[in-house]
Write a protein that binds this ligand. Structure first.
Ligand SMILES: Cc1cc2nc3c(=O)[nH]c(=O)nc-3n(C[C@H](O)[C@H](O)[C@H](O)COP(=O)(O)O)c2cc1C
Length: 184
């Protein structure tokens, strides 16, 4: 299986990355191919709403940035792992920009013309209690699951995380993440 992990935290060694890395470690242990990308390392412009992606004349998007390399990876992945910290009640801005650019997957009737990876895993981490941000998990499940027709493997939700390595105080979350990767 070909696993593509996308991390939305600017803290490269933070809690979100640690959980996503644990999923990936599990996946690698059972022989899957894994690529991990942090959107903060990429140039991802804001969608400008030009609707060029709806003309049928271009494959993805006219904006010439790192999404051009990411689009084919997203549609050929067997499983996407998306991880973000909660920033002011939502995913990080970089991560949202990344998802806005998925608009290119839709045709002029807003039907899917490209199908992003078959399965998905979400990872969310927050300073407040884990259950306080169910709305973010619901958001992912609506867009990835219902709208983009991907199959949910697991929503991994971690709370009470402030310092960059607080996740180490919750080994059960890291174990769950690794197990989730192993079971892919
Ligand atoms: C700009 C910013 C906004 C944040 N907003 C929230 C928030 O609304 N709710 C919350 O519980 N935690 C919030 N946090 C805390 C982070 O979600 C939490 O520490 C998370 O685990 C950080 O993940 P990371 O270590 O992967 O960067 C915020 C942190 C920052 C830097």
């Amino acid at each position: 299986m070909n696993v593509l992990a996308i991390i939305g935290s600017p803290r490269k060694n933070g809690n979100t990355a640690a959980i996503v890395n644990a999923v990936c470690r599990g996946a690698v242990a059972v022989g899957h191919e894994v690529e991990i990308i942090n959107v903060n390392d990429l140039t991802i412009h804001d969608c400008v709403g030009c609707n060029a992606c709806k003309t049928g004349k271009i494959e993805y998007c006219v904006l010439n940035d790192d999404m051009q390399k990411l689009y084919p990876k997203i549609v050929t992945a067997d499983c996407l792992v998306v991880g973000t910290p909660v920033y002011v009640g939502q995913m990080t801005g970089k991560m949202k920009n990344f998802f806005d650019r998925w608009y290119a997957f839709l045709d002029e009737n807003h039907q899917l013309r490209h199908f992003p990876g078959e399965k998905y895993i979400t990872v969310t981490s927050s300073g407040g209690p884990a259950e306080a941000f169910q709305s973010l998990t619901d958001y992912f499940n609506y867009w990835l699951g219902d709208f983009f027709q991907m199959k949910l493997v697991k929503n991994i939700v971690a709370g009470t995380l402030q310092a960059v390595d607080d996740i180490n105080k919750q080994p059960e979350i890291l174990q769950l993440a690794e197990k989730t990767g192993r079971e892919l």
